[in-house]
Design a protein around this ligand. Sequence first.
Ligand SMILES: NC(=O)c1ccc[n+]([C@@H]2O[C@H](COP(=O)([O-])OP(=O)(O)OC[C@H]3O[C@@H](n4cnc5c(N)ncnc54)[C@H](O)[C@@H]3O)[C@@H](O)[C@H]2O)c1
Length: 345
Amino acid sequence: MLRVGIIGCGKITERASLPNLVNYKDKAKVTCLCDIIKSKAEYLSKKFELGSPDIVTDWKALVKRHDVDVVFVNTPNYLHEDMAVGAARNKKHVLVEKPISISVKAADNMVKAANKNKVLLMVEQTQRFDPVHQAAKKIIDSGVLGRIHNIRGRIGHAGPEYWSEGKSHWFYDKKKSGGGCMIDIGVHIADLVRWFKGKKVTEVFATIQTLEKKLPVDDNATVLLRFEDGTKGEFECSWTTRPYEVLTYVYGEKGKLITSIGSKQPVTLSLVNTVSGADPNNAVKEECPKLGPGNGWENAVHYFIDCVIKGKKPFISGEEGRETIKVILAAYESKRTGKWVKIKK
Ligand SMILES: NC(=O)c1ccc[n+]([C@@H]2O[C@H](COP(=O)([O-])OP(=O)(O)OC[C@H]3O[C@@H](n4cnc5c(N)ncnc54)[C@H](O)[C@@H]3O)[C@@H](O)[C@H]2O)c1
């Protein structure tokens, strides 16, 4: 039985962490909740009938506790570094929300602290855990598409004002969030595209704009990618897309794979006949694989708990989260310079 402490009792804790800890109660128990607004922690404790976890307002007290084995860092992005490093130094395993951090240096510090203290650090890039994307990744890795030349992804929703509190919220304060839709949800699709492709991104070029909302941060972005194997990719993110969507297109020598979260046919694999003389414009095989159980949030929380119990390094480790944030920060630099930006090793 793992004992869990959660820092930050806002929306992600209410919608993702607690429901999926409560339904995993044979393996995990919440022993401490922390929020600077005590009533938020009290509200969630009551709502999820947690019994009597301790409630604190100082995260430094939570990470020191002897009745906490793992810490969920569910606070605004700029706080992730200090809290994850503090938890690791106190020998707690850490599940940190996406994005890992708002700078590469911060991500480096988090990875170093986890490795030095021999604790696990996982970044909650939940798109990787959606059954749709799990099925797609299996198909890609099976090699049926042949060499993948091009991969595209798009994520969009109506904006954080329909998720969390109003317009004065931290999501729109660059110092606290690190930017707008690019860092908020671009990080999801950049990570997914990187994971599907399984190669490092070496260069990016971005157009990043505020098209509709009266905000000091971006609400739309398009990013072109070059991968280490010379192939290309791109992703788009948007806070002005209604209804919510997550789409990917994976183009290989032998066919294509399309995923679309929420659609009736969320994964479609189309293969062509590659025998010489056959018309490659006609699909000879169309497949829609059966999807696994759960959803992205549930599968991510359960996977992390299982990793800690088994002492297994998560496949979306701190190092992986750092690779993704490098892409996002390079895209912002491309916007500033108007040029392709190389991603440092
Ligand atoms: N994986 C996903 O799908 C997903 C979805 C939404 C948000 N997120 C991420 O989750 C994190 C939190 O986002 P949210 O939507 O829950 O935000 P939120 O504003 O709803 O909640 C943040 C909470 O942190 C608390 N807090 C702020 N400073 C604190 C401090 N010093 N100590 C303790 N608590 C503090 C706030 O009072 C608030 O209750 C962000 O990093 C965000 O990017 C992930």
